[in-house]
Design a protein around this ligand. Structure first.
Ligand SMILES: *[C@@H]1O[C@H](CO)[C@@H](O)[C@H](O)[C@H]1NC(C)=O
Ligand SMILES: *[C@@H]1O[C@H](CO)[C@@H](O)[C@H](O)[C@H]1NC(C)=O
Length: 473
């Protein structure tokens, strides 16, 4: 019984599936019939805009385009039955007719003047552009971001200072100095008032303050640098002083040596540029803009904040508004500029630089815009606009465009690893809070030592007085 049920179910499924297939094939064939362009030739303008259009000049003077957009057009040409040819702009003819226009303005102009049927450089459809140009449905959507040089390493001459905060260093200096002063004082008092070498802590033949001071200073430095040293410890006060110091030095030395290696071996990067604010703060990286872009409009029309500062900077240096992606690429390679464009452009530039040099020299900043929609420009009121619109919608549904764009990017996974981990791997410098206990112990020890020093000397003074009194008798 269950077997028969399953068979019936399968049959029903099969029939409905084949009905659906017939239906859809009918729909497709009707659609294809109504949109057969009968092999008409269409001419499109093309410009360099990786990863969508990757133009390379061949020795024979022609260009090749290995970006993702030619794949869209190949698909469309087959679907709609037209033949396509490209002209690569700017060329001599457009230069003589339009002068030195930016790529985007030029592409829009030649389409508007009906010299081309459309553009294979997809452009963000703004309301202003739509007045003079038709746009088929958007074929690519992403937000804008900057490509910026990777931050360099910070100088590491003083890397060995980093494990402690400056307040800790100051307190260590004060503590060491205090210990030296106390040791010198104790010795001086001892040697001057009770100058028998047997009972005193005199350590040099010449009992000069200067001699003790430098001797004890060397002792302090020796314990701090883990060299070790012996010192005569005949008196309790001295033992307390030295004992406390050695205890504190152990804490200091071990906490220092525990982190100094990471400071010396892990490169400490300057902060990366992720926002316009970071860019304003960075001294050696300047913004460049592409003419006629949304980014340029955004920066140049900003009235406050970091974007206004960048806009003023560009107004002072108009040569930083560039006409083409090629010019931007040349500037970017110097590692002195940041350039805002689509994220896919940034990533593709980073990967191409990795292929060229084997080094990851750039990164993509955080996005600074909403999602932008890139559409195919066609002549105003073109009869092809609705045809391309529907065909492109179908192409979009296949999911191929995203795959094509991804595929036309060079591979450089190394450059897109998260680098944040490396920064957090460096331990934070040790602060005063962390070592307060050690310094507290030191303070108590010094106090105790002074107390015992006074007691010892009082006892000795009394016994000395007693013995002189008995001698007199
Ligand atoms: C494309 O158009 C040409 C020219 O009209 C025609 O000969 C050809 O059969 C068409 N191809 C298809 C697949 O419709
Ligand atoms: C260069 O392109 C033109 C126009 O597309 C074509 O006629 C010509 O044959 C090409 N030259 C070479 C060497 O392929």
């Amino acid at each position: 019984m269950p077997f028969r049920h399953a068979m019936i179910l399968l049959m029903v499924l099969g029939i409905s599936c084949s009905l659906a297939a017939i239906g859809s094939s009918l729909a497709v064939s009707r659609y294809e019939k109504s949109t057969n362009l009968n092999g008409i030739p269409l001419k499109f303008a093309a410009t360099h805009f990786p990863p969508h259009n990757i133009l390379t000049l061949m020795p024979n003077g022609n260009y090749t385009d290995i970006g993702s957009t030619p794949l869209y057009f190949a698909w469309l040409a087959e679907k709609l039955n037209f033949t396509i040819s490209y002209d690569y702009l700017p060329n001599e003819i457009t230069k003589s007719q339009y002068g030195n226009l930016g790529d985007i303005a030029l592409v829009l102009k030649v389409v508007q003047d009906k010299k081309f049927d459309g553009s294979s450089r997809f452009i963000i459809a703004s309301s202003e552009r739509m007045k003079t140009t038709d746009f088929a449905i958007f074929m690519w959507a992403e937000s804008l971001a900057m490509v910026v040089p990777l931050p360099g390493e910070e100088h590491r001459i003083f890397a060995f200072v980093h494990p402690f905060q400056s307040t800790v260093w100051l307190l260590i200096f004060i503590a060491g100095f205090t210990i030296v002063v106390f040791m010198t004082l104790f010795s001086a008092i001892d040697c001057n008032f009770f100058s028998s070498p047997e009972t005193s802590v005199c350590i040099t033949r010449k009992c000069t303050i200067n001699g003790w001071f430098t001797y004890y200073l060397m002792y302090i430095i020796n314990t701090m640098t883990n060299q070790g040293n012996a010192i005569s410890l005949r008196r309790l006060s001295f033992r307390i002083l030295v004992g406390v110091w050695v205890l504190v030095a152990t804490v200091l030395v071990n906490s220092y040596s525990g982190t100094v290696i990471s400071y010396l071996t892990i490169p400490n990067m300057k902060p990366p540029i992720n926002t316009f604010e970071d860019l304003v703060a960075s001294e050696d990286v300047e913004l460049i803009l592409l003419a006629d872009t949304m980014t340029k409009k955004q920066i140049m029309e900003a009235t406050r904040g970091a974007q206004k500062i960048l806009g003023d900077d560009i107004r002072a240096h108009p040569d930083r508004i560039l006409n083409s992606i090629e010019e931007a690429t040349v500037r970017l390679k110097t590692e002195r500029y940041a350039f805002g464009n689509s994220q896919s452009f940034s990533n593709s530039f980073i990967a191409s630089q990795f292929q060229e040099n084997g080094k990851c020299r750039f990164k993509t900043s955080d996005p600074y815009s909403m999602t932008m929609f890139y559409s195919m420009p066609l002549q105003k009121d073109s009869k092809y606009t609705p045809i391309f619109k529907y065909a492109l919608m179908e192409l979009w549904e296949t999911g191929l465009p995203e795959y094509w764009v991804k595929n036309s990017m060079l591979r450089a996974p190394k450059c897109f690893e998260k680098t944040k981990l490396r920064r957090t791997a460096i331990p934070k410098p040790i602060g005063l809070d962390d070592l307060a206990g050690a310094f507290f112990v030191l303070g108590v020890g010094v106090g105790l030592a002074v107390f015992f020093f006074l007691v010892e000397n009082m006892i000795r003074f009394i016994s000395l007085a007693k013995s002189t009194a008995t001698q007199k008798q």
